[in-house]
Design a protein around this ligand. Structure first.
Ligand SMILES: *[C@@H]1O[C@H](CO)[C@@H](O)[C@H](O)[C@H]1NC(C)=O
Ligand SMILES: *[C@@H]1O[C@H](CO)[C@@H](O)[C@H](O)[C@H]1NC(C)=O
Ligand SMILES: *[C@@H]1O[C@H](CO)[C@@H](O)[C@H](O)[C@H]1NC(C)=O
Ligand SMILES: *[C@@H]1O[C@H](CO)[C@@H](O)[C@H](O)[C@H]1NC(C)=O
Ligand SMILES: *[C@@H]1O[C@H](CO)[C@@H](O)[C@H](O)[C@H]1NC(C)=O
Length: 293
């Protein structure tokens, strides 16, 4: 009899625990502190860029594969395995290019402008669901500065009639059309809407709704015509930030400019400034922290 009462009490606790599942709560910013369930939360994790589209694996014959870019969809088990590894290492989050950047090849979310490939959503849906299962959060950039296998700003430029590529045009001032040309910006926004309004069948939540994605980043290592120039117009950051927050008001918004650009401090939509520190440089990190204070 006593045992039965105990097990009932345990059940009641489990139900109460379920009602308070922090995985359903957004990570929020209070000043310079991130909070989950009113307690400080730290983003610690890895950059696992291939969760939506891989370039490291030759898939079994018959599976989708695009040889020119070595592109394939990651096996579901490979995705689950990395979640388990990050969790075992004490991580709280993963940043992943291809959960947000997937344009310009036959396996992409957008192989062509305005044309959505439903198969490309499958590994992304799975990765977001697996992150949720493991209690991890995701940071998702929307565009890449380069011409990598998953596509990026040059893809949107070419789709909009600017025949530019990184190998030829990295220093061409026309690359700024990505930020300044209304036609390119509109196409990019349509892409963002396609991504954020997609409903994940594993969770029945849109990417905009699912707090597993705690942060949306403008892009990866965004620059202007000179590598490292931080020449990303503040007005563009504001415009994209507003658009993202309209679609997904509970997400944190990250400035993905490659380096902390002081002219962006006036953009209230930005919750987090970012930089990349390799080779490891704590001095650079310290300088950026001081800049942000
Ligand atoms: C948010 O920050 C303010 C000012 O630093 C502090 O008074 C308040 O307790 C914080 N709120 C939470 C939920 O931590
Ligand atoms: C994409 O669709 C929008 C309307 O939804 C249209 O205005 C635009 O021209 C299209 N862009 C391309 C490159 O097809
Ligand atoms: C685009 O530019 C490349 C060189 O970067 C050139 O080989 C190609 O012919 C151009 N395509 C068009 C349609 O102009
Ligand atoms: C999924 O969510 C939508 C919108 O909230 C709702 O209308 C629908 O009933 C849900 N479907 C399931 C299977 O729960
Ligand atoms: C910072 O951004 C502004 C545009 O908002 C740009 O003019 C400037 O070149 C960027 N770089 C630096 C180092 O300020």
């Amino acid at each position: 009899m006593k045992l039965q009462i105990l097990s009932l009490a345990a059940l009641a606790l489990i139900f109460e625990g379920h009602a308070l599942d922090t995985r359903d709560m957004p990570v929020v910013r209070n000043g310079s502190v991130l909070l989950l369930n009113d307690k400080p939360w730290k983003a610690v994790g890895a950059n696992v860029y291939w969760l939506g589209l891989d370039e490291n694996v030759l898939p079994p014959p018959g599976e989708p594969y695009y040889p020119p870019l070595h592109a394939s969809y990651p096996h579901p088990g490979r995705t689950t395995q990395i979640m388990a590894i990050i969790t075992a290492m004490g991580g709280t989050m993963i940043r992943s290019h291809t959960l947000g950047i997937s344009v310009g090849n036959p396996l992409s979310l957008w192989p062509l402008p305005n044309q959505t490939n439903p198969d490309a959503f499958k590994p992304i849906d799975w990765a977001i669901y697996q992150a949720r299962v493991y209690g991890l959060r995701l940071m998702v950039p929307l565009v890449d500065n380069f011409d990598y296998y998953h596509g990026g700003k040059y893809t949107f430029l070419r789709w909009s009639g600017f025949n530019l590529s990184r190998s030829v045009d990295e220093r061409n001032p026309l690359v700024q059309e990505f930020y300044n040309n209304p036609k390119v910006v509109d196409l990019f926004k349509t892409y963002i809407r396609t991504l954020l309004t997609h409903r994940n069948p594993y969770t029945n939540l849109t990417y905009a709704e699912d707090p597993t994605i705690f942060a949306i980043e403008t892009g990866n290592e965004l620059c202007g015509p000179v590598w490292g120039d931080m020449d990303v117009p503040a007005e563009w950051v504001r415009d994209i930030g507003r658009f993202v927050k309209e679609l997904a008001p509970a997400k944190l918004f990250v400035d993905g400019t490659y380096g902390v650009n002081r002219t962006h401090f006036g953009v209230e939509e930005v919750d987090i400034f970012s930089n990349h520190y390799y080779p490891v440089s704590t001095a650079k990190l310290q300088r950026d922290l001081e800049t942000c204070e």
